[in-house]
Design a protein around this ligand. Sequence first.
Ligand code: PXP
Length: 250
Amino acid sequence: MRLYVNIDHVATIREARKTDEPDPVRAAVLVELAGADGITVHLREDRRHVQERDVRLLAETCRSVLNLEVAAEDGVVEVARDIAPFQVTLVPESREEVTTEGGLDLVSSHVRERVAQATRRLQEVGVRVSLFIDPSSEAVRASAELQVEAVEFHTGEYAHARDLGEREREVTRLRHAAALAVDLGLAAHAGHGLTYENVAAVAAIPELEELNIGHAIVSRAVFVGMERAVREMRVAMDRGRRGLATGTQG
Ligand code: PXP
């Protein structure tokens, strides 16, 4: 099973200061060195975290593969066509949401038409297309009709289940949807809200071949890196103090 790491929130921290660190391109190098199979970023229409320049640099520097998430909207689809990453995952997007809140509504003919058009435009330039959908048989069948290569199941309902019963029902839904996807010739991926605590049951679904995980990994990275980061600042300060005592700097 492949792990693609979503590094959007490295860019979220950078954009909080509109500066140049932390750099998602540097993060991607570390993510790959740690054994991830791919890098995922979401180029949102409001560019709240990842910028177009990041995506272009990542496309050039990734040693693994780049999975670019975009809405099925002309502007970002044209950027995606121009960059032509290994895979584009089409996602629903609204400006008010904090994060992607559900799968593509392929029952709506308007959405279906936009997704069909975006899929054609991307496949024309050799990009593999995945659709971010809810784990329902209707959404899987609609995706197969659109002749995409893959679907990514939104695991938000599973991740936010309030009790064990609901959680088991969601795992069953994911399992059935993944089996149907594979039957219909689609690769099955999953992601959203997966954590160190809840990932195992999803990873145990044999038909799923790729997980996209972001927030939990970036959050954990803050903590596993915090002690060292503070110690390094202490060393930098102490070096300055020693220079004060000896009349030198650094
Ligand atoms: N997959 C898709 C399509 C997403 O939009 C996101 C969130 O950007 C993820 C996976 C990762 O979700 P999380 O950050 O909760 O792990």
